[in-house]
Design a protein around this ligand. Structure first.
Ligand SMILES: [Zn+2]
Length: 375
């Protein structure tokens, strides 16, 4: 399609690095997408998100359709203009969040009727309405509408949900139509059942998408089960198109997923953790709330070049968190997003240089050391 393409530049084992070209700019892969749920990455200005190295943001259809409304965003010039982010945006379909957040849900072949968690108002989402809402938002990468059943679920329940999602994938493809410069990704389902994953991948490939997501993971199955699926699932998808693992994850999840051939990921974790006093560093997780930081003049991570680490001490970060100051969430979110993007850049460089195994070994060794000892 015009204006949207994926170029694979290098592989190392099953890991890949490349570039997704869109009319709104390049997305270097493997890519981590910060989550801008309500048209904002919480506690960050868009230019600050860009400064961390992010090429693309994720927006949530479910949240935006309820508040402020897709038609309103369209009238105000689309989501990019509305939130002052002119680079690519991927929107989810609303399917996952309607299942996890909405009330009084009624699921039929046609779609899902539900009550808003904001004000109780009634809404309907289907493949067709989801495509229309994502078009109104002006999303660059649109996700097919799917159903993700809560785990644990029986094989039969998962098969049923997956087959419904595949029928919805076809309807999403039909409703999306031909939109040059915009991409539509299909979503593989099937939980942790290999036969269902294979059937799902085949159905999606038959329909044909601009990229393929792996859905239904990071929903409580644990890292080992998730990697177990990724061990074969990425190979079921076309080599020459991007592969997106939805909702992942912790730094070691991200590294393991890239090693297994994933190109894109998103997660609220770095931004959410930043607001609860949790920092992710090369030496693992740091809880800035802990009293051990109260008199510590050292930075969170002496090697990190983010504003939180170059300008402030652990003692300051501890103080502003304890005092409930807004700058606490701002600084820790910036650091966490910066660290995540540093991981992505490190992996992109290592894959290009054929040294990913060594990079991963260092990544794990540094984490195993743990945080610097208290003073
Ligand atoms: Zn930092």
């Amino acid at each position: 399609m015009t204006g949207f393409s994926f170029t694979l530049n290098a592989t190392d084992g099953r890991a890949r690095t490349g570039v997704i070209q869109t009319p709104r700019g390049e997305i270097r892969t493997p890519a981590f997408m910060p989550v801008g749920t309500a048209a904002t990455v919480k506690a960050m200005l868009p230019e600050s998100v860009r400064a961390t190295g992010a090429d693309i943001l994720l927006g949530n259809t479910y949240h935006l359709m309820l508040r402020p409304g897709a038609e309103r965003i369209a009238r105000l010039g689309g989501l990019h203009r509305f939130m002052n982010w002119d680079r690519p945006i991927l929107t989810d379909s609303g399917g996952f969040q309607v299942m996890s957040l909405a009330e009084l849900r009624k699921l039929t072949e046609e779609g899902v009727t539900f009550a808003s968690h904001v004000d109780g108002s009634r809404h309907f989402l289907s493949p067709e309405t989801s495509m229309e809402i994502q078009r109104l938002l002006g999303s660059d990468i649109v996700m097919a509408f799917d159903e993700c059943p809560a785990l644990p679920a029986t094989h039969e329940r998962q098969a049923e949900a997956m087959r419904l999602s595949m029928r919805w994938a076809q309807r999403s493809r039909d409703a999306f139509g031909d939109r040059p410069g915009h991409a539509l990704f299909g979503i593989m389902q099937g939980g942790v059942e290999r036969d269902l994953r294979e059937e799902s991948a085949e159905a999606l490939r038959r329909i044909g998408f601009d990229g393929y997501a792996i859905g239904g993971l990071a929903v409580g199955e644990g890292q080992e089960a998730m990697f177990g699926v990724l061990d074969y699932a990425t190979d079921l998808l076309p080599e020459d198109q991007p592969r997106y693992l939805m909702g992942v994850g912790k730094p070691d999840d991200i590294v393991g997923a890239v090693q297994r051939g994933v190109d894109m990921m998103d997660c609220v974790l770095p931004s959410r953790s930043g607001r609860t006093g949790q920092a992710w560093t090369r030496r693992g997780q740091v809880n800035i709330k802990n009293a051990r930081h109260a008199d510590d003049p050292r930075p969170l991570d002496e090697h990190c070049t983010c504003p939180a680490c170059t300008g402030y001490s652990r003692a300051y970060l501890h103080h502003v968190f304890r005092a409930g100051e807004m700058i606490s969430g701002m600084l820790l979110t910036w650091h966490n997003l910066h660290y995540y993007q540093e991981i992505m850049q490190g992996m992109r460089d290592a894959i290009a240089g054929g040294t990913l195994d060594a990079w991963v070994a260092t990544f794990h060794a540094q984490r195993a050391e743990g945080d610097i000892p208290p003073l």
